[in-house]
Design a protein around this ligand. Structure first.
Ligand code: ATP
Length: 324
């Protein structure tokens, strides 16, 4: 018999697998989401994120593996456990002619939500749509539409929210509004797992990130702890006069450099060994001296903590790897 525990992680998957017409999309995925966490699910296009999220949400069956929800190994198959989960699909369906108020009321009735009117008004307020509540959804901005869809996902008051690309196509204002709502929900005790390509956004609000590549989990943990060198690993971005792609291997071999990758602008993204952490000015000087003494011309050099984007590049762009 499964014991349902209040302290168990909200989600644990073991060996999840899924293939489509013989093509493996998800290849043995184990993930864990703790109670109260905000977890980001990262991966390049086609990595398998949507497939994993939709299996967690019960929209697709896995070929193999287990999905444990709230400590219940059969949770995914139980209605009362499923009712504690909310899922926002990547391209949620809206009805453009309906107002947000009518849209939420319609689904509240369909789902049998108690005290419907109050719930709808509370959610409109939470997603900052009270003023626009009677306008047709078709006249809304992308961000407003996304917030209306999020409100629909919240109608049954789920404890665990699974969101597939909830920030896709949002401008900076829309992103900030969505971030504030996520944080508000989290403060109210909601656990969130969401996929995104917006790495900077993830870094701002996620306690943990899970990185998926070609159907497998390649890294999971706190964003900073995942970076080479662990917490607070330092990075240096260098613009060279010379073609950086030609001298990358020589730079990667310099003392103190643990990785050398090329970013999208052709700059070198260097990861440096821990002893120089916290001394970013000294670190820049050291890299500049090293490069100059080996015949390179440094046009620009900046330093900072390594970013999630660099981690993402390092873990997903294997062909660019020099070390590691
Ligand atoms: P994106 O960021 O582009 O949404 P993703 O990480 O969410 O990508 P998935 O949509 O899960 O990736 O797709 C993983 C792989 O499985 C891809 O190769 C995709 O083409 C394939 N796939 C997903 N769903 C189906 C399906 N219903 N039928 C056939 N192949 C599918």
């Amino acid at each position: 018999m499964n014991m349902v525990s209040d302290i168990a992680p909200v989600l644990r998957t073991f060996g999840l697998k899924k293939s489509f017409s013989g093509q493996v999309a998800v290849d043995g995925v184990d993930i864990e989401v703790g109670r109260g966490d905000i977890v980001g699910f990262l991966g390049s296009n086609g990595a398998g994120k949507t497939t994993v999220l939709s299996m967690i949400a019960g929209l697709q069956f896995s070929d193999a593996g287990t999905i444990e929800l709230f400590g219940d190994k059969d949770g995914a198959a139980k209605r009362e456990i499923r009712a504690r989960v909310g899922f926002l699909q990547e391209k949620p369906r809206i009805y453009p002619e309906m107002s947000a108020r009518a849209y939420l009321s319609f689904f509240a009735e369909l789902y049998g939500v108690a005290r419907r009117r109050d719930r709808v008004e509370a959610l409109l307020s939470m997603v900052k749509l009270t003023e626009a509540a009677d306008r047709p959804l078709g006249t809304y901005s992308r961000g407003m539409q996304q917030r209306a869809c999020l409100a629909r996902t919240l109608l049954h008051d789920p404890e665990f929210l699974v969101l597939d690309e909830p920030t896709l196509g949002l401008d900076p204002v829309g992103l900030a509004e969505m971030r504030a709502i996520f944080q508000d929900l989290n403060t109210r005790g909601v656990t969130l797992l969401f996929s995104s390509h917006q790495l900077a956004e993830m870094e701002k609000i996620c306690d943990r990130v899970i990185l998926m590549q070609s159907g497998r989990i390649v890294a999971a943990g706190r964003p900073r702890a995942l970076l080479p060198g662990g917490d607070g690993a330092a990075s240096v971005s260098v613009e060279l006069f010379e073609d950086a792609s030609e001298c990358r291997s020589r730079i990667a071999a310099l003392p103190g450099v643990t990785r050398a990758d090329l970013d999208s602008q052709g700059r070198l993204a260097l990861s440096m060994t821990p002893p120089v952490q916290g001394e970013l000015r000294d670190l820049r000087a050291r890299v500049s001296r090293l490069l100059t003494s080996t015949g390179f011309t440094v046009l620009n050099i900046t330093s900072g903590d390594a970013s999630l984007e660099e981690l993402f590049l390092q873990l997903t762009t294997k062909k660019n790897d020099i070390k590691g």
